[in-house]
Write a protein that binds this ligand. Sequence first.
Ligand code: CMP
Length: 140
Amino acid sequence: MANTLGIIKPDGMRRKLAGRIIDKVERAGLIIRGTKVLWLDRERAEKFYAVHQGKPFYKSLVEFMTSGPIMVLVLGGHGAIERWRELMGHTDPAKAKYNTIRREFGTSIEKNVVHGSDSETTAKVEVAFFFREDEILPKE
Ligand code: CMP
């Protein structure tokens, strides 16, 4: 019953896709245990994406992620990490399956609308990056 982190990226917020994405989250049976809207500054975005430091897309990724507000979500329920990843689809929207968020709304590998943690270890770190314990609903 591990929680995972979801992010609606600046392209999703700018294009007013938050409601449609949350609708998909709820229809998929994932539970929203926490959420907030915020605007990352460069230092925080660099820290969040530190694992990608040195990669060719890193600088552009940080610029994009600081280009506007984002919505961060703590998503729970059985198999939440894997289920949220399935709902998002492949990182590259062109390779994502039909009926996934990235396939439907993504416009490039960078502007792929949403982020999700890729493992239990990452999920713990990423949720804690944005949320204090008392900002997350307890598991039932
Ligand atoms: P995300 O799941 O947030 O994790 C890292 C992000 O880097 C990824 O989604 C993409 O939006 C972005 N990115 C940009 N270019 C690439 C690339 N060539 N390969 C992988 N990720 C990329």
